[in-house]
Design a protein around this ligand. Structure first.
Ligand code: G3H
Ligand code: ZN
Length: 287
């Protein structure tokens, strides 16, 4: 069922677990995430970056594919189709295309402009029953060519944006997209606790879920994180499994590579990664 992320995140916050957001890039990725969620009876969020949306020929294609796949695969767990790190224009396009959730990432705007644009989108989303994520304090690392320097969000600014009526709030707490460098200082739980204190019940979102040590993930959940985004780890396991398959050279004779066989090991690797994360986040059996 394609649903807004609101209910699943409120349940996660109350139950002290987190729902995973797994980014999708193609049919195989989508199928792997949906089938794993169904098998584990876990709610799930499919994240679509603007780059991935373009790659898949546009948000309408993504929306139609996901809706059809939910039906044809008999997926019964709650699924949210969510724009990841959306621009202002991208947010409107996804709302029109039938996404059930959006992230408007206004973190690179001055706070007043972030507030203004978020306010407008909160109104549109409320009318349509779509959930909306806002971001305060940029997340480090690179995403679709946009490089954030990584910072800890200001708890007062977090409250200002949370009070606009967003469904969930992503706040920088020292997290970084992609692999964490050797000298990474870890998540700032001090910042997280200060934000939680200010925003009360607002479900918090942890970006850069790849490579955060398990104990830090668990502590973040205990402090109010109800959604955790994972992208790079699926890409890495997909690439590694595909590389091994090609190196084994099984399809190098005869008709050559069968695309379905070629993509199968990577798809299985994504399933394994998603399963591992759902178990760690505690969302198994919560659908
Ligand atoms: O928005 C997506 C994420 O924050 C994913 O981060 O690639 O480090 O897992 P990651
Ligand atoms: Zn992110």
């Amino acid at each position: 069922m394609l649903v807004s992320a609101k209910d699943m995140l409120e349940k996660a916050r109350d139950g002290k677990y987190a729902v995973g957001q797994f980014n999708i890039n193609n049919l195989e990725w989508t199928k792997a995430v949906l089938q794993t969620a169904e098998e584990l009876k876990s709610p799930v969020i499919l994240g679509v970056s603007e780059g991935a949306g373009k790659y898949m020929t546009g948000y309408k294609t993504v929306s139609a594919m996901v809706k059809a796949m939910i039906e044809e695969l008999n997926i019964t767990v709650p699924v949210a189709l969510h724009l990841d790190h959306g621009s202002y224009d991208g947010s409107y396009k996804c709302i029109e295309a039938g996404f059930s959730s959006i992230m408007f990432d206004g973190s690179h705007y001055p706070i007043a402009e972030n507030v203004e644009k978020t306010t407008e989108l909160v109104k549109v989303c409320a009318e349509k029953g779509i959930s909306i994520e806002a971001e305060v304090g940029s997340i480090g690392g690179e995403e679709d060519g946009v490089v954030g320097m990584g910072e800890c969000a200001d708890p007062d600014e977090c409250k200002q944006v949370a009070d606009l009526g967003v469904t969930m709030l992503a706040a920088g707490i020292g997290n970084i997209h992609g692999k964490y460098p050797e000298n990474w200082a870890g998540l700032s739980f001090e910042t997280l606790a200060a934000i939680k204190e200010k925003v009360g019940d607002m479900p918090l979102v942890l970006h850069g879920g790849t490579g955060i040590p398990e104990d830090q993930i668990k502590k973040a959940i205990s402090l109010g994180v109800a959604k955790i985004n994972v992208n790079t780890e699926c890409q890495l396991t997909f690439a590694e499994a595909t590389r091994k398959y090609i190196e084994a050279g099984k399809d190098l004779e005869g008709k050559g590579f069968d695309p379905r066989k070629l993509l199968a090991p990577g798809t299985e690797a994504i399933k394994a990664t998603v399963k591992e994360k759902m178990e760690l986040f505690g969302s198994v059996g919560k659908a």
